[in-house]
Write a protein that binds this ligand. Structure first.
Ligand code: G6D
Length: 346
């Protein structure tokens, strides 16, 4: 394993660093302090051809321009909170509204646009970059001083690991994710319709037209949401299903079955033979098929377009604070939050 770091750009006179991790087989993971963001993931296709498979720019300036959370650590709470309102320990809290009538991805200028502190941990078979951030009490309406670390690791087993840790001094909400967008062709002029996706999920979360979960968990059986066997994403783009038609593809949480010994999700590009197997300790995976792309800086010499990538966001169910079946995202003082997501790069 080896690593190097380079200045990625400057914000308010402060150098923002980017780290490149590389294993002996030539797999590379690049991450930056801006948003604790993954910027590149380089892996081989079936003939050994290396390519970057995640949306990312070569300059910090382009990352700052986009608003689609490219590769970023999202928090404090990934996904929407209905009306941005919640009650904890008898206190009512209001987060700023930044998406229709709701708060999305922790509100404006959240984890994704902050400069995290970084350090490197080297082991024989793995290298990690540890990003640290303190979110002050009351930031974006959330209670408690929250100390967060996002740790990205690349290892010799060709795995990319994300570990989140956090502590708080007041009862608060915490539900981070990594907003990585994948296109396993390695060519960002291509669409992801031919990628197959498999998810170990019997029920998905229905959404309202504004993207907020309705609270209903709908059986996937007999619908385009049935990804228990691999299915091409194009099916969701073309479907007459009312839920996919609402948003022009998937922008939905899948509640994971968490079957022991079974992968939570597998994304595969049949043409290149690249695939990524995802296992997470959260109870959900949100699939967002980049339906709203259009305003972001170009990735190639063509304008960016919907369905050029798919975001696979491992987390707890969005709007969990308002639906008991969606799981717990409350963090109390004295608790040590810990959650891992593993991406096996095949
Ligand atoms: C998310 O669910 C949301 C989308 O609606 C949003 O537009 C995107 O992040 C940027 O996954």
């Amino acid at each position: 394993m080896k690593y190097w770091r380079e200045a990625f750009g400057e914000i308010n006179g402060q150098t923002v660093w980017q780290y490149w991790l590389e294993n002996r087989q030539g797999y590379q993971l690049a991450v930056t302090e801006y948003g604790a963001t993954i910027t590149h993931l380089v892996m081989p296709d079936q003939s050994g051809q290396m390519a970057n498979v995640v949306i990312g720019y070569d300059t910090l300036a382009d990352f700052v321009k986009q608003q689609a959370y490219f590769g970023a650590t999202v928090g404090r709470v990934a996904g929407r909170i209905g009306q941005g309102a919640f009650t904890l320990d008898g206190h009512d809290y209001q987060a700023p509204i930044n998406n229709g009538a709701n708060t999305n991805h922790g509100g404006p200028n959240s984890f994704e646009s902050q400069i995290w502190q970084s350090s490197v941990v080297e082991k024989d078979d793995a290298i990690s970059v540890v990003f640290m951030l303190t979110s002050p009490d009351g930031e974006n309406g959330f209670p408690g001083n929250l100390a967060v670390t996002t740790t990205y690791t690349l290892n010799e087993a060709n795995e990319w690991l994300i570990d989140y840790q956090a502590t708080t001094d007041k009862t608060t909400l915490f539900n981070p994710t990594c907003h990585v967008y994948l296109n396993l062709t390695g060519d960002f002029d291509q669409f992801v319709g031919q990628h197959t996706l498999q998810i170990d999920s019997d029920r998905f979360g229905a959404i309202q037209p504004d993207g907020l979960p309705t609270g209903e968990l709908v059986p996937v059986a007999g619908s385009v949401f049935d990804l228990r066997q691999p299915r091409a994403l194009q099916v969701a783009f073309d479907s007459e299903n009312t839920q996919t038609k609402l948003v022009g593809g998937f922008d939905h949480p899948f509640l994971l079955n968490q079957t022991p010994g079974k992968a939570d999700a597998i994304l595969r590009d049949p043409e290149s033979g690249r695939s990524i197997t995802i296992d997470t300790e959260g109870n959900a995976i949100v699939i967002y098929t980049a339906n709203g792309f259009g305003d972001e800086p170009n990735l190639t010499n063509q304008a960016i377009q919907p369905h050029q990538a798919v975001a696979i966001e491992a987390q707890m169910m969005p709007d969990a604070i308002h639906h008991t079946e969606f799981g717990n995202i409350v963090l109390h003082p004295g608790e040590q939050y810990q959650r891992r997501t593993r991406y096996k790069l095949n």
